[in-house]
Design a protein around this ligand. Structure first.
Ligand code: SF4
Length: 374
């Protein structure tokens, strides 16, 4: 899993090759790259020099594991094989291919940046500072594209790299923020191999994903065990300190309203979370409301229709970055009124067999799978 935290530091001046508390850059590079050359996992974007495909893969990999990304990546580049094809795409087609990956702002920014690059001549810029000016490019993505596709010697620091580097340095404090974070960025920037910056960055991330695991680091298999300060001091399980929980619980209800073999869905309006995605009508449960009461209220407020709430079909729990949702789905039968999109961009009656053609947030997708089986 990758972090999208910002990282703007550049390599320290030549000569400052060793962090005050870390291993020397030379021994670390040698050990890490030799291990990577032998052990790197096959991925469809590995070995490519096409900056567009490297960029797409890196955007998908933010907050998402490799095994999940691979089929999405393959479908995406089959449908949009070039920057120009993405720049010409309809947003709803892009979102449909993205559905299930989450963090839809990533897909929108990918499109925006593609259009901006095409307007500016069609060549993806090759430098970290130029990439940072494009929509959706944070320090991680800019560092990944600049180093992997263009060979610029810059670091890219994701959650895996933070964990590995904090352990290599036996860094006290929370390495995700403040002075420890700055010390870590300076150290990692100094470690990046000047001849193979892209491989070095991928190797550090790969080590974090496969060996230096969060709960159970496999130090016995680690190529850096001899230079790791946390390992030397027996601190590998204590570094980094646990992240404080940022998720807040939320409760919501949705209604599956069917008529003549079709089910009613609504598209979320601009400016709202999950804008542009489709959903089953419903909303948050207010304090003191039962699920059916909340659902009847939401249908009236958002669609202008009165419903009879039927049996509960499913209870789905899903965790997004900042909140955990418990979503209860009920059967809903229209009793009075004609639905209209009062609080949504658009509504449609859709055959169940065609729900898969629409992009839904992840929690709704779990429900679709249940409806399709029922
Ligand atoms: S020795 Fe252990 S803690 Fe240190 S980098 Fe390797 S796996 Fe991580």
């Amino acid at each position: 899993m990758k972090s999208s935290s910002s990282m703007r530091s550049q390599p320290p001046a030549p000569g400052s090759r060793r962090s005050p508390r870390g291993p020397t850059a030379g021994s670390l590079r040698r050990r890490l790259l030799a291990w990577f050359d032998q052990n790197k996992r096959a991925m469809p974007w590995r070995g490519l020099h096409d900056p567009y495909r490297i960029w797409v893969s890196e955007v998908m990999l933010q907050q998402t594991q490799v095994a999940t990304v691979i089929p999405y990546y393959e479908r995406f580049v089959a449908r949009f094989p070039t920057l120009e094809s993405l720049a010409r795409a309809q947003e709803r087609d892009v979102l449909r291919l993205w559905a299930g990956l989450g963090y839809y702002a990533r897909a929108r920014n990918l499109m925006k940046a593609a259009r901006q690059i095409v307007k500016q001549g069609g060549a993806i810029p090759g430098r970290f500072d130029q990439l940072l000016r494009l929509p959706g490019f944070g320090a991680y993505t800019a560092g990944a594209v600049a180093s992997i596709a263009f060979g610029q010697r810059v670091a890219c620091i994701d959650g895996n790299v933070i964990r590995v580097a904090a352990r290599l340095l036996a860094l006290p404090g929370d390495p995700r923020m403040g002075p420890p974070r700055r010390e870590l960025e300076a150290a990692v920037s100094g470690w990046v191999d000047p001849h193979r910056p892209g491989d070095f960055n991928q190797a550090l991330m790969e080590l974090g994903a496969t060996i230096c695991l969060p709960a159970t680091p496999r130090c016995h298999d680690c190529p850096l065990a001899r230079v790791c300060r946390a390992r030397r001091d027996g601190l590998e399980n204590a570094i980094p300190p646990p992240r404080p929980s940022r998720t807040t619980p939320a409760e919501a209800v949705v209604g599956v309203c069917r008529e003549r073999g079709r089910v009613l869905i609504a598209r979320r309006p601009e400016g709202k979370r999950f804008a542009g995605l489709w959903e089953f009508p419903g909303g948050k449960v207010n304090a003191g409301e039962s699920g059916p009461e909340a659902l009847a209220r939401e249908f009236m407020e958002e669609l202008g229709i009165r419903i009879a709430v039927g049996r509960e079909i499913a209870e789905i729990k899903h965790t997004y970055t900042r909140f955990r949702i418990t979503l209860r789905a009920y059967e809903a039968r229209r009793v009075a009124g004609v639905p209209r999109p009062i609080a949504s961009a658009e509504i449609r009656w859709v055959p169940v067999s065609r729900l898969g053609e629409y992009a839904f947030p992840a929690a709704n997708q779990k429900l679709i799978a249940l409806i399709e089986r029922s």
